[in-house]
Design a protein around this ligand. Sequence first.
Ligand SMILES: [Mg+2]
Length: 498
Amino acid sequence: MADASVGRTRHQRPEPGQGAGPLAGRVILHVDMDAFFASVEVLDDPSLTGQPVVVGGSGGRGVVAACTYEARMFGVHSAMPSSVARRLCPSAVFVDGRYHRYMEVSTKLRGILESVTPLVEGISLDEAFLDVTGARQLLGDGPSIGADIRRRVDEELHLTCSVGVGRTKLMAKLASKAAKPVATRTEIRPGRGVVVVAPERELEFLHPLPVRALWGVGPVTGRRLEALGVRCVGDIAALPAGSLERYLGAALGAHLTALSLGEDPRPVVPDQAAKSIGHEETFATDLWDRDDLHRHLNRMVDASTTNLRQSRLAARTISVKIRFADFTMATRSHSMDSPIDASPAVGAVAAALLDSVELHQGVRLLGVSLSGFGDPDAGLQLSLDLGPAMSEQGGGASGQNPSSGGWAPLDGEAAGAHDPAAGDRLARANDQAARIQESWGSVSAAIDAIRARYGGSSVGPASLVGPEGLRVRRRGEAQWGPADDQGPPSNDGRAATL
Ligand SMILES: [Mg+2]
């Protein structure tokens, strides 16, 4: 079915790499660490070398976050339920994730990449696009820059990465995938390290790939395309113009048609600041008790506001998200007139939001998210603030930021919209929060100073104090689901990339 020849496609396109416009002649790199979390674990504990290591939640609802190639030989892969991974590979060594450690390595990686070019767009902790078009004069062509990055990652981080080089983000990303090591049932084949897709060979490279290789093709669209007999990217390119648009809708159809022809105009956009800060977590067992939920919410608010203040930010919009046992979701949000950063102020609003949700069944996941950032000292914000609905709409069909922990309360309702009592409670919480914020500034600063000096568990909200002292966890720890023998972990949902 694959048809790699340009002649038979019915779409017109310029010669690859020859297109006009500001993006012509670009050279983009996609750098992707190999089995990142798992490799960091092996690096820090050499006794794990050569073992099938799985990083992720070991509890009943745990998910594989990463695994070594030795584990992949058994068919284990990331995003797989840990229970399935254990069945496929009974000898697997499960390791809890250490988010702060991965952040640390990621920051070093970032330093290496930014020494090549400031045009670095982080996709996740271990993955980034670089536009090296302008860097080539100084540093050599794309492939040699890629090889140089690999050498530095090896020497400075003692880890390996794969690099794809292409004219577009699409090509660079697919090329880095082709550069990766491959685990089969019997062996681990070393990767090529750097794969270059030359502009004139794009379609030859692209068309035999399965349709799922394209951004925007998930399982559902994949099945719909298969029903049409469309299996590889070349099949899409060979469809009569307009047919995919009719079948999948104008936007997705046009998007996939363009990608199938190697057209991807998206530039590398250097990272911007995080758009939301928050925490969310999936509980080991569903929670029914409202007091329990408030206690968890309090802890998440406390962790999130600490983060917020460390970033020298304050937030206008507070959102609470609940996922019920049947996976239905409720989100509620409220925007203050002025940004706030004091934990009890944010907590008052979050609590009212939580109370506005009817708990008709057990709660599987609870989260809080702070957005609509402003300067904590700026007082009243002007209307330039985009608010959460606008500010979190990035990504979309491009699917560029799958690991972003941020979530938009787009489908949420204003709390109290249908319940006057909840509306009153929220109005009271709003006033209370504004009062607390006014009087709490120096207290927050004192708490942060004590924590900086004596550690995160030295001070915390009274409701978090248990028999063993405070239950404050480092952000992001065990974020892939709780182990059976632990309480619910903290899952940092901060939407920061790389
Ligand atoms: Mg990776």
